[in-house]
Design a protein around this ligand. Structure first.
Ligand code: PEP
Ligand code: MG
Length: 756
């Protein structure tokens, strides 16, 4: 059974369009289960279920038999969202007869729902003439099949919709809101070099040149492989040498080259043509019953990537960024953002990641509307397409029609007016209407967000993510390179304080030149754990920070991911060592205030002990939320469980302030929560001294803080703390904001979904 399952899924993955996906499913499942009928019904736009493929029923019925939800047995499976297994279907009260299907001969019925992201998208049915109940094993097989196929069908459906789309209606894909706002622009698909699955669809202008370019690249890789094989000859055993011969064989294989040249001759660009052909071969090998041949799939993939790297080396550089670029990719990185010329980046769409992935945080700090986790988006096909990014709802629209464009243009302009209107409070203090003062700081990392922060009147930096400049390079920056970057940051804000966090890599922040491969990266080697294991990196960074602060003296140093006291003590010892060294070397450095981040539950319960040892505490609510709720901040599948306003998180946040204040130590919060206007009021009421946030939301937060008294904020907090879950807390906050006439600070009126 497992073999059947695997090989069906692999064959389905190899299919290029929805109808072939469905054809394979019905044919293979029918044969694997040895039944007389297998059919797939898919939900249409009206919410009813239409027969889309069958092996065993009359094929003429395909597309012509439709059942509403809860109509007939198929509708019942969809409505109940669970399998129905009957030995005598006809005797069931819901049974319906459709003459077109020729169905009267079949008594046994087993239907399972096909569910993707909690939505029933179809029903998979097997039938048999004999009056018999499908046994437990068969039922389990069909359930497994449906669960495995749901994602593939959703993806094929999405791609098909895109292809079939006319000019009249936009196609919508959903993801997770990454940064609020609306963007209208043209897609530019970016991909890491040599990733066969992420090659953007592209055509070529000159077929002859493209063909010549392709054969030059093949020849170059052939030379490379030969050279590599020769230089390793003495180090390889016989089997390993065979691999090189096999690679050369594949490169000489005229049929492989012919398939690619055929595609290029039809106008496709060489990298795209090559990736299509190679992926096809990979799938064929993966589906082979013989284990040895199946293993060859990885050789084909490896060779495919080598050739692709050659093909892309020249073409990648030709990327043209339009005036309003919407950057689309499977997994966007800060360096991809940095490639876009200043002022031309309108929006971002990432297939992977979620609202608190670091790329989304960067986007928020730059004010770039962003969608994360758009898992069904056929992203490789989008180059040059017009797109609307709705960062409020978390949706994108491809090729929007005039009406849709107009509604979004109106929201975009309204947003701009709101921002312009808020400029009037830029230089006013952030205090409640009864003068309770809170410091409003920003989180930075890129030069672009530094400029925006200063424009918006930030009073300091609560978190400078030093890993960002590390991520934009191809090796660790030297001490002097770091000093220059840090100096720029400290100078930009002087005399205001700048809190520099020591390198926080790991989790979803990887350095291309220092890969960390782990099963469980968020519970692994990240933050302070990495830098304490590499004192040379830590010391170099601290020295660079201290040197950069000479004469400005506005530096604060902060340690990420602290889980125990020893980490603080060792880090303090190293910082003092760096300080003493610099004094000896003649630098006029001051010892900066030192703080720790509270980001893991253990630190919440040791807040007092930690506070007693440092000058300030700063809460990293992004990580704290993920660790308290056991929800990966980077995983779109569990994005709807990531609730920074979960009662457990709020209680932890309140406890930290109380414990830190009991030691006379000020507390700030630098997670994204601080920049949410509604949450900011709760944090003010809890007693947070500093709110540090993305520059984009700074003035919105200031305006809501200025609109209330401390007592009003405290009353709201008391009400919220009595509620049992995040949903009711969100509802309570929305109602309070509406009542106070502040709801525009949360989001614009987006109207009814159906209108769009
Ligand atoms: C946090 O975890 O809240 C935080 C500010 O750090 P980062 O988002 O960079 O992990
Ligand atoms: Mg963190």
């Amino acid at each position: 059974m497992l073999n059947d399952l695997r090989s069906i899924v692999q064959e389905v993955y190899a299919a290029t369009d929805l109808s072939s996906v469905l054809e394979i499913i019905v044919r293979r499942v029918k044969s694997a289960m040895n039944t007389e009928v297998c059919s797939v019904y898919l939900r249409n736009e009206t919410g009813a279920y239409t027969l889309m493929a069958t092996d065993g029923l009359n094929r003429e019925a395909v597309g012509r038999v439709t059942l509403a939800k809860n109509e007939g047995l198929v509708g019942l499976v969809a409505a109940r969202e669970e399998p129905i297994n009957l030995d005598d279907a006809e005797s069931h009260p819901k049974y319906q007869y459709f003459a077109e299907t020729g169905e009267e001969r079949f008594s046994a019925f087993l239907g399972t729902p096909i569910i993707h992201q909690r939505q029933v998208m179809g029903v998979l049915v097997v039938q048999q003439a004999a009056k018999r109940r499908f046994d437990e094993g068969e039922e389990a097989f069909l359930i497994t099949m449906s669960a495995q196929l749901a994602g593939v069908i959703a993806h094929a459906e999405a791609t098909g919709t895109l292809r079939a789309m006319g000019s009249k209606s936009a196609v919508r894909f959903n993801g997770v809101p990454g940064a609020s706002g609306v963007a209208i622009g043209e897609c530019v698909v970016v991909s890491p070099v040599a990733d066969l699955n992420a090659v953007p669809y592209a055509t070529c202008d000159n077929i002859e040149e493209e063909l010549a370019f392709f054969s030059r690249s093949l020849a170059a890789v052939r030379e490379d492989v030969k050279r590599l094989g020769q230089s390793l000859e003495n180090l390889l055993n016989k089997e390993e040498r065979v691999l090189f011969d096999a690679y050369l064989g594949m490169l000489d294989d005229t049929s492989l080259a012919r398939e690619v040249t055929e595609k290029i001759s039809m106008g496709l660009a060489a990298p795209y043509a090559w990736s299509e052909v190679i992926l096809d071969h990979v799938k064929t090998f993966s589906a082979m019953p013989d284990a040895y041949l199946r293993e060859r799939a990885s050789d084909v993939r490896d060779l495919g990537s080598r050739v692709l790297a050659y093909l892309q080396e020249t073409t990648q550089k030709e990327l043209v960024y339009p005036e309003k670029t919407i950057l689309v990719g499977e997994d966007l990185t800060p360096s991809m953002l940095a490639e876009v010329p200043v002022g031309q980046l309108a929006g971002l769409v990432s297939v992977r990641g979620s609202s608190n992935s670091h790329i989304a945080i960067l986007a928020r700090s730059m004010g770039i509307p962003t969608i994360m986790g758009a898992v069904d988006l056929p992203f490789t096909k989008l180059n040059g397409r017009e797109m609307v990014v709705d960062g409020y709802r978390g949706s994108v629209y491809i090729d929007p029609g005039e009406a849709l464009l107009q509604s979004y243009q109106a929201i975009l302009e309204e947003d701009l007016q709101l921002v312009a209107g808020l400029q009037s409070i830029k230089n006013l203090p952030c205090e409640t209407s009864d003068h309770h003062r809170v410091a409003l700081w920003v989180n930075t990392g890129l030069l672009a967000d530094t400029m925006l922060s200063i424009e918006r009147g930030a009073e300091g930096v609560g978190l400078y993510r030093t890993e960002v400049p590390f991520m934009l390079r191809d090796r660790f920056p030297s001490e002097e390179e770091q000093r220059l970057v840090y100096r720029e940051q400290l100078e930009a804000f002087a005399p205001h304080p700048v809190t520099m966090r020591t390198l926080d890599v790991g989790g979803d922040k990887s350095l291309p030149y220092f890969p960390i491969e782990e099963e469980n990266p968020f519970l692994g080697w990240r933050g302070i754990r990495v830098t304490l294991d590499h004192p040379e990196i830590f010391l170099g960074q601290v020295r660079a920070m201290l040197k950069a602060s000479v004469g400005l003296d506005n530096l604060r140093i902060m340690l990420p991911m602290i889980t125990n006291i020893a980490e603080v003590e060792i880090a303090q010892m190293l910082i003092h060592r760096a300080y003493d060294e610099l004094l000896e070397e003649g630098y006029d450095v001051q010892m900066p205030p030192l703080g720790v981040m509270i980001e893991v539950p253990a630190a919440v319960y040791q807040a007092k002990e930690l506070a007693a040892r440092v000058d300030f505490i700063s809460v990293g609510s992004n990580d704290l939320t993920q660790y308290l709720l056991a929800v990966d901040r980077n995983n779109p599948r569990v994005a709807d469980l990531y609730h920074p306003l979960h009662p457990a998180v709020l209680r932890a946040l309140r406890k930290i302030v109380k414990d830190a204040h009991s030691q006379g130590v000020p507390v700030s919060i630098c997670g994204e929560l601080a920049g949410e206007p509604a949450a900011a009021l709760l944090l003010v009421a809890m007693g947070y001294d500093v709110l540090s946030m993305n520059a984009t939301n700074l003035l919105k937060v200031k305006s809501v803080v200025r609109a209330v008294t401390l007592e009003q904020a405290e009353t709201l907090l008391a009400e919220v703390m009595s509620l049992p879950d995040a949903e009711s807390i969100n509802r309570c906050l929305e109602a309070a904001f509406r009542h106070a006439g502040l709801n525009r600070m949360l989001r614009p009126d987006l109207g009814d979904d159906a209108n769009i």
